[in-house]
Design a protein around this ligand. Structure first.
Ligand SMILES: [Zn+2]
Length: 390
């Protein structure tokens, strides 16, 4: 749903004064089954008879070559850039896929982050397969076209190339300083490590990336289970219990989009519906997903992609086949769900970086200063009052 606000004044966002503009928004329920738009034609195109996947996980150098080859082959919809370097100086490559890569537009942005833990390699390969599928099916399949045309997709194949490439005893969970990057972000309950200069190079790079990119939503890939995990990850008293964020219903919806489109995750015997609140499973502190939400206004999930942390590489095509629809639908949910629009001054017509407030949700988000665009994800099937303050 697209909603344009034209503002004539400012207001106190805490009290929603008279100058605020409010709209009652009814989001229609989306049927997961009917929202699937992978056509039979598209499915065939995803697995051409002559496609091959090398039966090994690409080294960091091979990954860099593959990314550069992709941007040569699909330069019309892609851009390769780095968000920084790892502790040992390996570039942290990111791939942007869009019909206007590198160009600011009033569109949502979505990111997938792979290989945060060095001994969980699937994400490295899956984001390459995703980018190939999007390029091969752009302007042929409606889902590929929607993602390329309507959002900016950013793919970070590896956040921890040093852990992946560790020689003795082999790939490790932690980075080259033996730090778990998913415990290295500032934490809302335990701010003991909030000195940003002491944070790991990989963490600092991702934090700066999130601050500068205005991501609407994202997910990071992990292995060791099969479940879509959503915030919060921690509780103030370190107990294991459900810790809802203000956007709990929307997070559950997004996790359900992922799990509901995966043939096995949805049928999980351990996790109802294939989803879990992070702290209800096990609490952790310094995690990336809570920081994304609290400080980046980015609604991030942590996706456990496979029970086996290091599946034999010849299983990657099968695992990709199981996750493809989920990966596409989650990215597309940033366009298909919620309230989107722009806030403009009714006097001079310039964009306003207004605060978008949803009644009953104590977490506001901002429109961009450049375009005044906002992308407020909300679970369908409910009635919302949406306001803005500038
Ligand atoms: Zn992990």
């Amino acid at each position: 749903m697209f909603v344009m606000f034209r503002n004539r004044g400012s207001c106190d966002c805490g009290t929603l004064g008279a100058a605020a503009i409010s709209l009652l928004v009814v989001l229609l329920g989306l049927d997961l089954a009917s929202s699937a738009s992978l056509t039979t034609q598209g499915m065939k195109a995803a697995t051409p008879a002559n496609s091959t996947v090398e039966a090994h996980y690409k080294s960091n150098l091979e990954l860099e070559v593959a990314l550069k080859n992709f941007t040569r082959r699909c330069r019309h919809i892609s851009r390769l850039y780095t968000i920084g370097n790892s502790t040992l100086g390996v570039p942290l490559w990111a791939l942007e896929i869009s019909d206007k890569p590198g160009v600011s537009e009033p569109e949502p942005a979505f990111k997938y982050v792979g290989n945060m833990h060095g001994d969980e390699p699937l994400g490295r390969e899956l984001v390459l397969l995703l980018s190939d599928w999007l390029c091969d099916n752009y302007k042929k399949d409606p889902m590929a076209t929607l993602i390329v045309d309507k959002l900016h997709l950013h793919l970070l194949p590896t956040m921890n190339p040093d852990g992946f490439a560790a020689q003795k005893p082999g790939p490790t969970r932690n980075n080259a300083h033996d730090v778990d990057l998913n415990r290295d972000f500032p934490d809302q309950f335990f701010p003991q490590n909030n000195n940003e200069e002491k944070r790991q190079a990989e963490t600092r790079s991702v934090m700066n990336w999130i601050r500068s990119s205005r991501f609407t939503a994202s997910a990071s890939f992990h292995e060791g289970a099969l479940v879509a995990n959503y915030p919060y990850d921690g509780t103030p008293d370190i107990s294991t219990k459900y810790a809802p964020s203000p956007d709990d219903s929307t997070f559950k919806y997004l996790a359900g989009v992922y799990a509901g489109n995966h043939p096995l995750m949805l049928k999980s015997k351990e996790f109802t519906g294939g989803i879990t609140n992070g702290a209800h499973w096990y609490p952790l502190y310094g995690g990336m997903q809570d920081w994304n939400y609290l400080h980046g206004n980015c609604m991030e999930l942590t996706l456990e992609m496979n029970e086996n942390k290091w599946p034999p590489p010849d299983q990657v095509p099968r695992i990709w086949g199981e996750h493809r629809k989920s990966m596409l639908e989650l990215a597309a949910a940033t366009v298909k769900s919620g309230v989107h629009g722009r806030v403009m001054s009714s006097i001079q017509g310039e964009p306003l970086a207004a605060t978008i407030v949803v009644s009953g949700i104590s977490h506001s988000m901002n429109a961009s200063a450049e375009f005044g665009d906002y992308h407020r994800l909300l679970a369908p099937g409910q009635v919302y009052t949406v306001s803005n303050c500038s």
